[in-house]
Every structure is written in C-alpha cells, then in structure tokens.
Ligand binder design. Structure first.
Ligand SMILES: [Fe+2]
Length: 526
C-alpha cells in the first residue's frame, strides 16, 4: 500500500512537473483566453515549389496526446481546400504541431488553418517558391530581435506588406539573457519589456518559455501568420558567442554544454516553422528556378571553432580553425559551382567581408573575433574557390551586428591587390547586412559623438574601400529584391522602439547589376 501511495505520489509530482513544463505558467499573465487553445497563432516556413511547412501549438486542457487537424485552401474563406489531414501532438514536443503540406503549385499564395476539438486557429497566409522562370523575388531580411530592447515594429511593418516571397531570419530570434544584465547602464535605460523567465535560459523548459513569450508578441505573431519564414539561428538561440566548443565565456563544462546545445536545438525546432530532419540541422538550400538559389548556413553549431584570443593569438591563422567546417564548406562551394541560377545567395550569421576596424576604437590593431575576420584561413579558401571558378553574382546576407552595411564582395583588404575600386576589378558580388529589429546598436551603448567618429573611420577609403553603405544607429530590416537585371537592397528603419508604431521609412538603396562590378545607389523603387 505504501509502495502504491509512493508511486502515485511520484506520478503526481512528475505529472505536475511535466504540466508546468508544457503549459508555461510564467506566461499565464500574457495568455488571452479568447485565443485558446491556439494562443501562439500560426506560422509557415521553408517553402518549396510544391509545399510548405505549416505550424501551430496548442495548450490543451490536459497532457494526454491530442489530435489536431489542418487544411490548406486557395481562398481566405477556406472553401477551395487543396490539402487536409490530421496529426497527433503530445508533451514531447510541447504540443507544437508541424505539417509538411505538399502537393501544392509553385509561386502560389495559400491559406491554412488548424482545428483542435471544435476550435479553429486563425487563418494563415503562405506562399510556395516561384520556380518557373520568375521575373522577380523579394525577401524581407531580419535579425536580432531582443524583446527587452523594444517593440517589434519592424515585424509589424513586414506583416502589412504584400510584396514579399518570404521573410529570411538570420538569427538572434530570441535572446537567452535574463531580465537584467549587469554593466549595461544604457541598455537598462532603454529596457522596455522584461524577459520571462527572469534568468538566463539554459534548459529546455527555459528556452520553451522564452520562445512562448516572444511568440505572444502581436507583431511577430502577425508577421508569422502572413508570411513564410526561412530561418537560421545565430548565437543567442543558444548562448552568447557560441561555438561547438562552448559559449563565448567558456564557463560551462563540456557535458553541460552538449546538453544545453541539444535542448536549445530542440526548442528551436519545436517553435520555428523549419522543416524537420533527423539531425535538427539548419543547413539547407532553396531554389527559385533560374533566378536564384539560397544557401542557409550554420556558422555556430556545425563546425565553428572557439574564437581566437586576439590578433596575436597564433590560433588565429591556424588552418584547422573553422566557421563552417569542411563538410559544410564543400557542400556550399560545390552547390554554388554547379548552380545555374543567376543569383547565388548566402544566408549567413556574421559579417563575411574583410572589415578593417583597427583604427576605429583604438590605436592598436584589432579585429572582431566573432566575425569571419576571426576565421581568416577558411574564408580565404572560400574566396580562392570563388575566384578560381570564376563565380560571380554572389550576394551574402548577414545579421548579427545590429547595424546596416553594404560591401562590394571582394577579399580585399585582407588580400591587397585583388580589388580596384575604380574599375571594379575583383568584385564578385555584394554583402548586405540587416540592422537589428530592436537589439542595441552603436548609439545605445556609446555616446553619439563616438558613433559619428566610428562611422567616419570605418568609411575612410584606405580602411575599407569596398564599404558602400553604413548606418550604425538605426533599427529595422532590409528587403532584397532580385530580378534578371539586378540585386537590390533597401533598408527600412523604424521610428520608435519604445512604443508600438509601425511607421517605417526607406532610407537607403544599393544595387548590383547582374555581372556588374560595383555597388550603386539608385532611385528608390517600389
Ligand atoms: Fe544580435
């Protein structure tokens, strides 16, 4: 009897723990019961020519496995249904639901919804890849959305657009930080919303709760409902400055780090509309007919070595240090060499172009160890391959730096003599960096006059001759438009971070002609 009671007690405790794990009690104040059980809305992603991933999550009344049905239609009234089915979900995936909706037509807008018991989810909108000779593609490109640093007005503006093929998210979708970070006085001044849980995320439960908090943000939720997302993680989905060896501060035992990476990876795959695969890998390619191919890379958890300790660390120049690792690099380069697409797009976490910031912050030489500058040997191998195989029309899109940059893509200045700014010799494409949705940028951590001086020094011709646009102070997103004639980046900036305000202004444009060798300004186009 005592044994039975003990077993019952253990089961109750376990069940209680599991329930808390799944139902996110810390979020209860944010849940609107009129949205039950689909509190977190719907999302779609990883479009292909004949299908797309559709996503939702329920909070059921108990932790028994639950059936959820879905349907995809050609119309907003969900009358012309072209696909439907039902799936089971349970506590092992925190009651998230992910369906590969197939049998669809290319370049077509679809509507979808889920149903649990008698309740329908909101209706989502999505789009399959254009593959039959598309004239134009347009992506919104985003990164670095820190919930604590302001409202997601950039997502609010993206939600309202109807000229996008997809939203490309380059990482820092969440931040793992607790709700207070010592030593960042200016950040605290600008802190408008607090993180839940009130601690650094290190466990599956923490990460799940953090994703839940972000996904209750109305602007992010609406952007997901109305556009397919193509996502990769950067470091903050796991830990600051993560590599395969550990977080940037290296204060974690190896076995703890392995567990933390696995749990962060699981939560990411539960919450993001990314296509499932056994390895939970984010490395994948998207094809848009003969107009473009897009390679989405993992520069964090696949092959990245720990950062070098500085410019004088002999490890910096070691041929055995990697950002991507040999297998991923081979996959990327072979794919690019064989590609017949006009534009070869690389979706990447950190700045790829060589960037000379030696004289920007100090008189002593320095480089950013978290960028590709910190992995120079592997990057040079990649540049060498591009040049040897005469690969051109490459566009690298980048997040991470919370600021806006446009570079002519060339291995200069790390490889002097390759590039001639006047003639465009050595230019094989462009790199466009998207600003942060909200995360701190220059003028939020240093006084403005330092920002102005930093910008002046970055833009000095002899420091960075290939730099063609720079903004260090604004938040927002960029759009990448591709046609058979040009690749164009447009930077859109939000007006406010401290209140919901979806006024967004286009401030800058840079475009590169197909086969062209210089990045030009052009008149803003729609
Ligand atoms: Fe970031």
């Amino acid at each position: 009897m005592r044994i039975v009671n003990l077993t019952l007690f253990t089961l109750l405790v376990l069940s209680e723990a599991s329930t808390q794990n799944i139902f996110h009690p810390e979020l209860s104040g944010l849940l609107d019961s009129s949205n039950a059980p689909f509190y977190f809305g719907v999302a779609s992603g990883d479009p292909q020519e004949d299908g797309v991933v559709i996503w939702s999550k329920i909070i059921p009344e108990n932790i028994e496995p639950q059936q959820v049905s879905w349907e995809v239609a050609l119309d907003t009234l969900m009358q012309n249904v072209v696909g439907s089915g039902s799936v089971m979900t349970d506590a092992s995936s925190a009651f998230t639901v992910k369906v590969n909706a197939g049998g669809l037509k290319p370049g077509t807008t679809y509507f979808y919804r889920f149903k649990h018991k008698d309740t329908f989810s909101p209706i989502g909108r999505t789009k399959t890849c254009k593959t039959t000779d598309p004239d134009q593609l347009r992506f919104a490109v985003v990164s670095c959305a820190d919930y604590q640093s302001g409202y997601f007005n950039a997502f609010g503006d993206i939600a309202q657009r109807n000229d996008l093929d997809a939203v490309i998210h380059l990482g820092d979708y969440i931040y793992e930080y607790g709700s207070w970070r010592p030593g960042r006085k200016r950040m605290l001044k600008n802190q408008y919303r607090s993180h839940i849980p009130d601690k650094e995320c290190t466990t599956l439960k923490d990460y799940r709760t953090r994703y839940g908090q972000y996904r209750l943000d109305p602007q992010l939720k609406e952007a997901h409902r109305l556009h397919p997302f193509i996502v990769i993680w950067d470091d903050h989905e796991i830990a600051n400055n993560a590599s395969i060896e550990g977080p940037g501060n290296n204060r974690q035992k190896a076995e703890e780090w392995e567990l933390r990476k696995a749990e962060a990876r699981q939560a990411y795959f539960e919450w993001l509309p990314i296509r499932e695969n056994p390895e939970k890998s984010i490395i994948r390619k998207f094809s848009f007919g003969n107009l473009a191919e897009l390679w989405m890379l993992d520069g964090r958890l696949e092959g990245r070595s720990a950062q070098a300790k500085g410019i004088n660390d002999p490890a910096l120049q070691s041929p055995d240090r990697f950002m991507l690792g040999e297998a991923q690099t081979a996959w990327l380069l072979n794919g690019m060499k064989e590609s017949k697409a006009s534009w070869k797009i690389i979706g990447n976490q950190v700045i790829f172009s060589p960037l000379n910031d030696s004289k920007v912050f100090s008189r002593t030489p320095s480089i950013g160890m978290d960028r590709w500058d910190g992995y120079p040997v592997e990057r040079q191998r990649i540049f060498d391959f591009f040049y040897e195989n005469n690969l051109k029309d490459i566009v690298v899109i980048t997040g991470d730096v919370h600021t806006s940059w446009a570079f002519e893509l060339t291995s200069e200045p790390s490889n002097p003599g390759v590039y001639d700014k006047k003639t465009g010799k050595g230019v094989i494409g462009a790199e466009f960096t998207t600003p942060s949705v909200t995360s701190f940028n220059f003028d939020e951590i240093v006084p403005r006059f330092i920002t102005w001086e930093a910008k002046r020094r970055f833009k000095k011709k002899k420091n960075n001759p290939h730099l063609r646009y720079l903004d260090l102070n604004r938040h927002g997103y960029l759009t990448l438009t591709l046609t058979k004639e040009y690749a164009q980046a447009d930077w859109f900036y939000i007006k406010k971070r401290d209140r919901i305000d979806e006024r967004v202004k286009k401030k800058a444009t840079r475009y590169l002609e197909l086969g062209g060798q210089s990045l030009e300004k052009c008149q803003p186009s729609d």
